[in-house]
Design a protein around this ligand. Structure first.
Ligand code: ADP
Length: 437
């Protein structure tokens, strides 16, 4: 192989659809060769009355077999196959034309085979070289042999055929390049989709792992935080027990402050763990028939000392109500929280009114106060975790900002809601609305 032929073969190989398949035959190569050879031979035996030259027919058969073998053995000698196959097609076309009587055979069209082959598998230069070879293969017998087998009019046929082959070749090449471009684009998109879905799967895996870690943390924290706190409260209570002996007033004050803070810490730990658990698992409800009036009275009793300390009137007015199928401790938790807030955010001398009534097929538990109220702009944020209103911040009213978030989780778990009506400076009304069983 000369340097320029090797170069051409190399370029040709590079121009094939996929560089990574250099040692593989182009797509459909074997099918193309089989169809081309069988069709060409089939045409030879058309009943046109032409006397076939069987010596040349046998030579063409051998050439066809060689072409097929070269296609099948592509990977053993890719460079030879790359240029050898189209050249073989040209030789086959020339031989078959010869076998069927030369220019008059009408077999000149067979020269389209190598052009189509190259248009599908190679670049523009390679196509030009083959068109040149094809033109030469037609022109040589015209020039060297001449009439009557190759009459002068054959020149026109050769030029027409070469022109049609060039146009067809170019069009096929464009179409196949476009289809390759689209396939590559599609492949790229598929690859990127595959990458994204792999990333999502990995992220999902990680989220599941985080979820598992969180569950583990909640379990550990429940134990590790609560146990020392319980012990702390127990010892503080024992220390404050008069049976343990007299305490100096200062020491008693210190111990009471420590006890209050231990209680606050226990409540905060409890709130945090409640929400952490609610995030990973739906709230498990132990439903039983619950008397909402009883709940209101209990919440009022819990809040009474704080209300009395601020001279707040705490009033309960519950209509007789059918029992609600609910988790009593959880509903009590909501009521306690709403009443504690009402007392906390109502200045001295104000009033808090607790009512329970039926409204259609719901039971409504209402806590209304004459307190600070909530600015309209803040009302939509009240149920967000750790949100504390300007009223709480400006007046340094203690709290965690978790009470309403927890209340909402409990209400929703019961299929209910918490509603709010409030005017800044005039007071607030919170309603727990629960479906009646
Ligand atoms: P915390 O009371 O611990 O701050 P909550 O979640 O119970 O947390 O309440 C969030 C915020 O909602 C409070 O900080 C306060 O600004 C506002 N809020 C709740 N209840 C009332 C109320 N009855 N009156 C005025 N503001 C309230």
């Amino acid at each position: 192989m000369t340097a320029s032929t090797a170069d051409l073969a190399g370029r040709f190989a590079r121009l094939r659809p996929s560089a990574s398949t250099d040692t593989q035959p182009p797509e459909h190569a074997v099918a193309f060769t089989l169809i081309a050879v069988v069709t060409a031979y089939g045409l030879l035996f058309l009943p046109t009355g032409i006397q076939l030259n069987y010596q040349v027919v046998s030579l063409a058969a051998a050439l066809s077999a060689a072409l097929l073998a070269l296609t099948l053995l592509w990977s053993a000698a890719p460079r030879i196959a790359t240029l050898g196959i189209p050249l073989g097609y040209i030789a086959l076309a020339a031989l078959l034309r010869e076998a069927a009587g030369g220019a008059a055979s009408g077999f000149g069209g067979l020269f389209l085979l190598p052009v189509l082959w190259l248009a599908l598998t190679a670049g523009g230069r390679e196509l030009a070289v083959i068109l040149l070879a094809m033109g030469t293969a037609q022109a040589l017998p015209l020039a060297l042999i001449g009439g009557p087998a190759y009459p002068a009019s054959g020149w026109r046929g050769a030029v027409v055929l070469t022109t049609v082959a060039a146009v067809t070749g170019l069009m096929v090449q464009r179409l196949s390049a476009e289809s390759r471009r689209r396939t590559a684009l599609l492949q790229e998109q598929t690859d990127s989709l595959t990458r994204v879905s792999a990333q999502l799967a990995a992220q999902n895996e990680r989220l599941l792992e985080l979820d598992r870690l969180k569950d583990e943390f909640v379990a550990t924290a429940s134990h590790e935080l609560r146990t020392p706190l319980t012990s702390l409260s127990g010892y503080l209570e024992m220390s404050l027990d008069p049976a343990e002996g007299p305490l100096s007033p200062t020491r008693e004050t210190h111990l009471r402050i420590a006890q209050r803070n231990a209680d606050r810490l226990a409540a905060l730990v409890d709130q945090l763990l409640f929400l952490a658990r609610a995030d990973s698992h739906p709230l498990a409800l132990h439903r039983q028939p619950v008397d909402l009036g009883g709940i209101l009275n209990e919440a009022a009793e819990t809040a009474r000392p704080a209300a009395s300390a601020k001279n707040i009137t705490l009033e309960v007015a519950a209509d007789p109500l059918p029992e609600v199928l609910a988790d009593r401790p959880q509903v009590l938790r909501v009521a306690d929280n709403l009443v504690a807030n009402a007392v906390k955010f109502t200045p001295d001398g104000g009033s808090v009114r607790l009512t329970a009534r039926r409204d259609g097929d719901t039971a409504v538990l209402e806590v209304a106060d004459t307190g600070l109220g909530i600015p309209r702009a803040e009302q939509s944020e009240l149920f967000n975790r750790f949100f504390r209103g300007t009223n709480a911040i400006e007046k340094a009213i203690p709290g965690s900002g978790l009470g309403l978030a927890i209340s909402q989780v409990i209400a929703e778990a019961h299929g209910g809601t918490i509603e709010l009506e409030s005017t800044a400076g005039a007071g607030s009304t919170f309603r727990l609305v629960l479906p009646l069983a």
